[in-house]
Design a protein around this ligand. Structure first.
Ligand SMILES: CC(=O)SCCNC(=O)CCNC(=O)[C@H](O)C(C)(C)COP(=O)(O)OP(=O)(O)OC[C@H]1O[C@@H](n2cnc3c(N)ncnc32)[C@H](O)[C@@H]1OP(=O)(O)O
Ligand SMILES: CC(C)C(=O)C(=O)O
Ligand SMILES: [Mg+2]
Length: 555
């Protein structure tokens, strides 16, 4: 790339606001949300939405709880016009919802807009014109005062038609390309607009300050919002609205800092659809608030439906890593993350206090309609904890902690060779082949207890098994059935070993539960092997576990 100092680009100027207070604030409540999916989102699509898609998206926005919805630019095209008419004629606008329409300061467009609004009880007419240095010079060829005159002409035209409209009309004004506009001029034009409209407690005005193009760091946008908030006349009757685009990838941060700086309202879209890099993603903003204990006043408890409907309407895919909604955002492949999540989920289940403390998961996936399935997935980056989690979570094998390194190593060998993710079923297959599969040099047939004395801690049993195909029956005495069976085995079995650890649990539904036993043995050469056994009878499960370990050690 050519060196940046060649003069083609310049640093964005700082805002002179030495006593800024936004850095001391926190977000404590939800703003007024306004969805611009049906307008800004729609105007950026390769194929704009048809009537049915717009209706479907509108219905989703209502379900999510939006009370301000920009339904389109009715003067721009037939489908935009027809959509608003359909909402009116089919009475699809709830009383507590205000629809918003965008229009330029041009008479024929304003006329058409009011024609589309006939019968709407509450609407926001959103008037805009570009105010930036570049657009004044290049697009409009007008001086500042001429641009103010253009805006005021627009206000007059809207005001006149609003007076005749049977229903409430609120004005929203956007000095479009605000971030490329001198602040003094932005304040001057906004104040002229609100004054001409006749702002009052009963006639509040939305002043939308768009980052039409995101041009600087989020703190600069926050400074601009705080600066404007101090310089807007009748500030108490103004609703300052943000409308951030994501050109630098920081629209969420910019909006959040703008809220600290005093913004009352946020325009954005679902999943960040919108011009170029998109509008700010309202899902991310809302759920960021939610994870701070602030009620976002939007319901994102079923994100799967939101993603499905938005994708159907926009014909755009959602990135796997999109905050809160992406397919992979609740998944850990890496070993240390899996270990911490596994322990975190167990800790969360064990405590009364609802405070969410699971490492690596900033939100409980269940709160947004996702489940714990797929949180831990296994590839070559994974560790023993992840493998143990999958075996327990999916298949009910609660492996003793001491066994984790062994199964972790075995699975790691396979993932290294495969060079890809292993499914849960493949993990189970490795587990079953390792502990229950061939070779079966020694195989359990039957056992029976001849005598047992709890008082003397002794048991005598008969063990039947085959060793290299030969049927053997022998008796043994020990300080419990397993010990007795081991001693019975040692009557003929030539390999020496000792049992190092033992654990068991039941697996499956209570009525049909089976016992699972884990036994760790040590050979004379000090090698250690685990074995696993399953049976309806816990003692048989234990003997099978011992045989499983022996087959692994000596076959
Ligand atoms: C940042 C944003 O997202 S702003 C919203 C942008 N959205 C859209 O443009 C989507 C819908 N727009 C359209 O369908 C069309 O642009 C229409 C129907 C609104 C207008 O169409 P047309 O008049 O045929 O064309 P076009 O948009 O190119 O008109 C440009 C003219 O409007 C003027 N103009 C642009 N914006 C405004 C405005 N806000 N107020 C007054 N005049 C404006 C331009 O200066 C230009 O004037 P000129 O003809 O004297 O050079
Ligand atoms: C119409 C305006 C608000 C807009 O979409 C923008 O500036 O990005
Ligand atoms: Mg926009």
């Amino acid at each position: 790339m050519k060196h940046a100092s060649a003069g083609k680009y310049r640093p964005y100027p700082q805002v002179d606001l030495p006593n800024r207070i936004w850095p001391t604030k926190t977000i404590t409540h939800a703003p007024i949300w306004c969805s611009v999916d049906l307008r800004d989102g729609n105007q950026a699509l390769i194929t704009p939405m048809n009537l049915d898609q717009k209706l479907s998206l509108f219905s989703l926005l209502l379900k999510l709880g939006f009370k301000n919805i920009e339904v389109g630019f009715p003067s721009a095209s037939k489908v935009e016009f027809d959509f608003l008419r359909t909402l009116v004629e089919q009475k699809l606008i709830p009383d507590d919802v205000t629809v918003q329409v965008l229009v330029q300061a041009r008479e024929h467009l304003i006329d058409k807009t009011f024609e589309a609004l006939a019968g709407v009880k509450k609407a926001i007419v959103h008037l805009y014109n570009s105010t930036s240095v570049a657009q004044r010079k290049i697009v409009f060829g007008k001086e500042q005062d001429e641009i103010i005159a253009l805006a005021l002409e627009g206000v007059d035209m809207v005001k006149e038609r609003a007076a005749k409209h049977d229903g409430e009309i609120m004005l929203e004004y956007s000095p479009e390309s605000f971030t490329g506009t001198e602040l003094e001029f932005a304040a001057r034009i906004c104040n002229a607009v609100t004054d001409r409209w006749g702002i009052s407690a009963e006639r509040k005005v939305v002043i939308n300050l768009p980052a039409t193009v995101e041009m600087a760091t989020p703190n600069v946008y926050a400074d601009q919002i705080e600066w404007m908030s101090r310089h807007l006349t009748n500030r108490e009757h103004v609703l300052i609205s943000t409308h951030t685009h994501n050109d630098r990838g920081t629209s969420v941060a910019a909006t959040e800092l703008a809220l600290l700086a005093g913004a009352d309202r946020v325009e954005g879209t679902l999943l960040s659809n919108g011009e170029r890099t998109g509008n700010v993603d309202i899902i991310t903003l809302a759920l960021n608030m939610y994870t701070q204990g602030v009620d976002p006043e939007l319901d994102f408890s079923d994100l799967e439906t939101v993603v499905r409907v938005v994708e159907e309407c926009t014909d755009m895919k959602t990135h796997e890593r999109h905050p809160y909604v992406g397919e992979l955002v609740y998944t850990a492949f890496s070993g240390s993350h899996q270990d911490a999540i596994n322990k975190g989920l167990a800790y969360q289940r064990s405590k009364e206090d609802p405070f969410w403390e699971v490492p690596y998961l900033p939100i409980d996936p269940q709160d947004v309609g996702r489940n714990y399935e797929g949180i831990i997935r296994i590839n070559s980056q994974s560790g023993k904890g992840g493998v143990a989690y999958v075996l327990e979570d999916k298949f009910g094998y609660s492996l003793p902690k001491k066994m984790h390194p062994e199964i972790g190593r075995i699975v790691q060998q396979v993932t290294d060779e495969a060079g890809r993710e292993l499914t849960s079923e493949e993990i189970l297959d490795i587990f079953e082949k390792t502990y229950f599969g061939e070779p079966h040099d020694i195989e359990f047939v039957d056992y029976s207890v001849i005598s047992e004395s709890a008082k003397e801690h002794s048991a005598k049993c008969v063990l039947e098994y085959t060793h290299n195909g030969k049927a053997i029956r022998s008796e043994g005495v020990g300080n419990g059935p397993i010990d007795a069976c081991k001693n019975a085995l040692m009557v003929e079995y030539s390999h020496n070993f000792k049992i190092l650890s033992y654990s068991e649990h039941s697996r499956g539904e209570l009525s049909s539960a089976e016992a699972v036993a884990y036994i760790e043995i040590q050979t004379e050469s000090l090698e250690k092997f685990f074995g696993v056994g399953c049976d309806n009878d816990i003692t048989v499960a234990s003997i099978k576990a011992m045989f499983s370990a022996l087959n692994r050690a000596f076959s």
